[in-house]
Design a protein around this ligand. Structure first.
Ligand SMILES: *[C@@H]1O[C@H](CO)[C@@H](O)[C@H](O)[C@H]1NC(C)=O
Length: 268
């Protein structure tokens, strides 16, 4: 109600002002469009607008405004594409010691080792089994032999056993034909005798030997032409003792005249 009254008041004031202005313009012959015969209502509008004035001088630019407030945070963008592979980094520090591995397969057989040093003497072994029954060895109760040499010998270049190739007697079989040694088989007392003949103008030296000992010497002088030498010895022998004739270096024997004999006098 109040606004309607207000509008009405304004319209009345506007009409009064318009009539006043029109009346003034008409009376002063300053009316612009009096020939068109326009109605008061039509002519009244433009009469408020005068001709356009000259353009004003541009104003001075205003001062820059103050910065506005920060905008709101934007939404999260999409994930980017995968980058290219980078360069290999530096070698890292040594890791911790690992757990013990499984046992490997046995290796190849090694080379033969060097011969070891001699070991200690072993313990005494256990007693052996009883032996089988033996048989009584029949030792000779009678011993006697004579042997001779049928071939020349020497002169010798070194001391040598006289080998007798002719066995005349060998009771008891104590003379060994292979070595020309008498080998005692029964303890006892024995007599030995020998006779040698040298070659012409050659001396002869010899010994009755007992186990590598020069037991008894004999000699034949070559200045008499065919020298001869003889010797007899009684020896107490034990089983295994050996008796033989040894000719000295440079001596020489003629054939068929040299002999060697022996026999047991009595048993122990
Ligand atoms: C023979 O003589 C040796 C040495 O004297 C003696 O050990 C041994 O028991 C004797 N043998 C016999 C059967 O008398």
């Amino acid at each position: 109600m109040t606004s309607l009254v207000h509008v009405s008041v304004l319209s009345t004031l506007h009409l009064v002002l318009c009539l006043t202005t029109y009346s003034y313009a008409y009376n002063t012959n300053s009316f612009i469009d009096k020939t068109d015969g326009n109605t008061l209502q039509e002519a009244c509008g433009p009469c408020f607008v005068g001709p356009a004035g000259p353009s004003g001088v541009p104003g001075v630019p205003g001062m820059p405004g103050s910065h506005g407030r920060d905008g709101r945070k934007g939404e999260k963008g999409e994930s980017g594409e995968a980058g290219t592979t980078g360069q290999v980094g530096p070698e890292g520090p040594l890791g911790k010691r690992g757990s013990r591995g499984r046992k490997g397969h046995p290796g190849d057989r090694g080379d033969h080792g060097e011969k070891g040093s001699k070991g200690d003497r072993g313990d005494r072994g256990p007693p052996g089994l009883p032996g089988v029954g033996g048989y009584a060895v029949r030792e000779p109760k009678k011993v006697a032999f004579t042997v001779a040499r049928s071939l020349k010998l020497g002169p010798l270049i070194k001391d040598s056993t006289v080998l007798f190739d002719s066995v005349i007697t060998n009771v008891g079989d104590c003379f060994d034909e292979h070595t020309s040694h008498f080998v005692c088989r029964v303890n006892g007392t024995y007599l030995f005798t020998t006779h040698v003949l040298s070659q012409n103008n050659k001396d002869v030296y010899a010994w009755i030997m007992l186990n590598n000992k020069h037991k008894m010497p004999l000699h034949g002088d070559g200045r008499a032409g065919y020298g001869t030498g003889s010797q007899t010895v009684i020896l107490r022998l034990a089983k295994g003792d050996r008796v033989w004739l040894q000719l000295r270096k440079d001596s020489a024997l003629l054939n068929d005249f040299s002999t060697f004999s022996g026999y047991m006098l009595f048993e122990d």
